[in-house]
Structures are given as structure tokens and as C-alpha cells.
Design a protein around this ligand. Structure first.
Ligand code: PPE
Length: 308
């Protein structure tokens, strides 16, 4: 999806022109994938643009950095302010927000410890990540031949750039085969997550989701919101290990993520999921999520951090 430039990018403490946000080709993170990042969204609300669960995203960014032994020269409050300043400078009502903590130019070699940490925040307008059609009518999913990386090889709780090679391989395989998205499993064949989304399966009125740390899935902030919404709507949510056939036989299934939001799964490996897409529970959660991020539900107003 092409990026539409906005006016400013926050870089190491100041807002610089979009075109001026450049790095040297010998930037450490470019060579070894030693960076951590976040994906956040700001939404239009009746009281202006608001960032969804900003504090939680900044918290996860700092935790990811800690896991990789990257020292971040800014505290949570400064990063929250940086995100809001970048959104405000864009003049946009809604946008995608990409904070990036990376190791800069100056040192080379695998030891990251002597490297200087740099921080950037960029924002741009981003529509439906898996397409409008997918969001409305459901996506076609394919089980990937690439296993999700094992937590003994990579710290799956960290949202680190290098780890996304795994997701990219799975995505390319799925797209080349004519599917919208890949579903990745552990090396033992348990369902983990999409390339950039968490998984929910609906069976007999209950929501089932894989245990994040057990299967090497990212602990999604959207997934957490969806669990709260589901419980508020009266549905039970259960963490359980599942296999691909559990999706083949599901009543409904959907993916969640900041970029993707709530996306129904129409089929997995060419087996239609449930009776039609989206199913009623998926639809109710999707509608409630959309209303929540738009500031239309009082109960979820704490999730919104207003920019102005
Ligand atoms: N799993 C993975 C692997 C993942 O990358 C994401 C977010 C999630 C689950 C859902 O997490 P959360 O956003 O906290 O609900 N993926 C981000 C990056 C997407 C991209 O293409 O880049 C996102 O949605 O912003």
C-alpha cells in the first residue's frame, strides 16, 4: 500500500520536514533488523482526532526495546507527546502512526550495545489494511508453510523489525497463491496468528483465541479491546490451543490488529468458515469496535487520547 506523505516526521526530539527524515545507509538496524516499532491509529471523534490506546502502545514499545537491550533516550510521557505532536502537525483527523526505535549510524557488527539509539514517529493516512472488500465480506486465508518463529529463537513478545521477515515470507506465499492473508502456526502445528493480526474463532457462542505467549503471537492491543467488548456483549472468551481444522469447523472467525482492525475470515484453505461472512458475533464486535474508536461509546472513552 503506497504511503501518502504528510508534512512532518518527529525525529530525535524535533519535527522535521517529511523529505528530510533520512538515515545513512550504514544505519545499524538496516543491516541486522535491530529496531522495535509500533503501529497505532488515530481516529476522528466528535472532539477531534484521538489516538487509540496510546499509553498501551508506548508501553509495549518500551518493553520491546528492553527485551532487545535497546536503551530509549525518552520516557513514556515524552513519546506520548511526540505522537500527539506528529498527529497534530499532520492536520489529519484520522491516520496510522508508526513510532520506530532504531540503532543509528556509527557502529557496525552484531553487538548492538555501543550503538546510538534514534527515535522517529511518522503518520500517514491508511485505509483498510486488508481491503474494504475484505473488511466487509471477509478475507480468504491460507495456512502458511512458514512456521511462526519459536520463542526459544526469538523473543516473540517484542515487536521487533527483524522478526517480521517471518511474516513477510508468509505474506508473499499467501498473496502469490491468490489469498488475502496467511495464518501462521507454531512448529507443532498450533494456530498462532496472521502476519500482522491476532486470531479469534467463534464456536457455539464462545470466542476462542490462542494463548499469545504459548504460541509466539504478539499480545495484541486490539485483541485486548475486542476481549473487553466481547465480554460486555455477553460472550465468553477462552484462551485455548487450536489447530487449523478448528477454523475449518468454526461458526465464525476473524482477525484483529491496529492496521487491520476487525476483519472477518471468509475461508481458510478454501474451506468456507461458518454460514456466511461476516457472522453475527463478528459483525457485532466489528460494529462496536468501530463505534468505540470513534468516541461514540462512553464506556470505552478511556481508550481515546485526544490530540488537542
Ligand atoms: N500480531 C502481529 C504479528 C502484528 O504485527 C500485529 C500488529 C498484531 C498481532 C496485532 O497487534 P495490535 O496492533 O496491538 O492489535 N501489526 C501492526 C503492523 C502491521 C504492518 O503491516 O506493519 C499493526 O497492525 O499496526
Amino acid at each position: 500500500m503506497p504511503i501518502t506523505p504528510t508534512s512532518k516526521i518527529w525525529m530525535d526530539g524535533e519535527l522535521v520536514d517529511w523529505e528530510a527524515a533520512q538515515v545513512h545507509v550504514l544505519t545499524h538496524s538496516l543491516h541486522y533488523g535491530t529496531a522495535v516499532f509500533e503501529g497505532i491509529r488515530a481516529y476522528a471523534t466528535p472532539s477531534g482526532p484521538a489516538v487509540f490506546r496510546l499509553a498501551e502502545h508506548v508501553d509495549r514499545l518500551l518493553r520491546s526495546a528492553k527485551i532487545l537491550s535497546i536503551e530509549v533516550p525518552y520516557g513514556a510521557d515524552e513519546l506520548v507527546a511526540a505522537v500527539k505532536a506528529t498527529v497534530a502537525a499532520s492536520g489529519l483527523d484520522s491516520c496510522y502512526i508508526r513510532p520506530l526505535v532504531y540503532l543509528g549510524y556509527g557502529e557496525m557488527g552484531l553487538n548492538p550495545l555501543p550503538c546510538e539509539t534514534r527515535v522517529a514517529v511518522a503518520v500517514w493516512p491508511w485505509g483498510a489494511y486488508l481491503g474494504e472488500e475484505g473488511t466487509t465480506n471477509g478475507i480468504r486465508l491460507k495456512t502458511s508453510s512458514w512456521a511462526r518463529h519459536d520463542s526459544r529463537s526469538l523473543p516473540t513478545a517484542a515487536k521487533a523489525t527483524g522478526m517480521y521477515i517471518n511474516s513477510s515470507l508468509a505474506k508473499v506465499e499467501a498473496v502469490r497463491a491468490g489469498y488475502d492473508e496467511a495464518l501462521m502456526c507454531t512448529t507443532d502445528g498450533y494456530l498462532a496468528e496472521g502476519t500482522g493480526e491476532n486470531l479469534f474463532v467463534v464456536r457455539r457462542g464462545r470466542l476462542l483465541t490462542p494463548p499469545s505467549s504459548g504460541v509466539g503471537a504478539l499480545e495484541g492491543i486490539t485483541a485486548d479491546a475486542v476481549r473487553t467488548i466481547a465480554v460486555d456483549l455477553g460472550y465468553e472468551v477462552v484462551e485455548t490451543l487450536m489447530r487449523r481444522a478448528d477454523v475449518y469447523g468454526a461458526d465464525e472467525a476473524f482477525l484483529t490488529g491496529t492496521a487491520a482492525e476487525v476483519v472477518p475470515i471468509a475461508s481458510l484453505d478454501d474451506r468456507q468458515v461458518g454460514a456466511g461472512c461476516p457472522g453475527p458475533i463478528t459483525k457485532a464486535i466489528q460494529d462496536t469496535y468501530r463505534a468505540a474508536v470513534s468516541g461514540e461509546i462512553d464506556r470505552y472513552k478511556d481508550w481515546l487520547d485526544h490530540v488537542h
